[in-house]
Design a protein around this ligand. Sequence first.
Ligand SMILES: [Cu+2]
Length: 149
Amino acid sequence: MSRFRFHWLMMFLVLSMVALVSCQQSAAAKIAISQAWGRSSPMMAQTGAVYVVIENQGGVADRLIGVSSAAAKTVEVHESYMEDGMMKMRPVDGGLEIPAGGKVEMKPGGYHIMLIDLEKPLEAGSKITVTLKFEKSGEIPVDVEIREQ
Ligand SMILES: [Cu+2]
């Protein structure tokens, strides 16, 4: 084989590998979490709420399927909704979808992470860790800053 041909063959191989790798990347979900905060809770409160912004920079949808934290016995993903002029909330059924290239912004009155049976009151200025579990991206621990409610 001439040197010239050999070079072209190598270049072809390298380009195919690059193409393969970038295909795999765009076919994966890529989750970024930001603006994590929680509301400080009054002394006797049993529950607390945490909000995060979840961005999926990847090419396929992912799903938030679970949440956990040492700060509370039970942790659930909730959505708030209005019924008869009252703000109510319920657990999100079947996980929360994060669309490809999209984001979900949790906020008061919308989606939130509910901490039920707090181990201790959430104090402004302190931090807790909440672990978000995604169908494709696995578990992602997040530092949550507790703010004055
Ligand atoms: Cu709730």
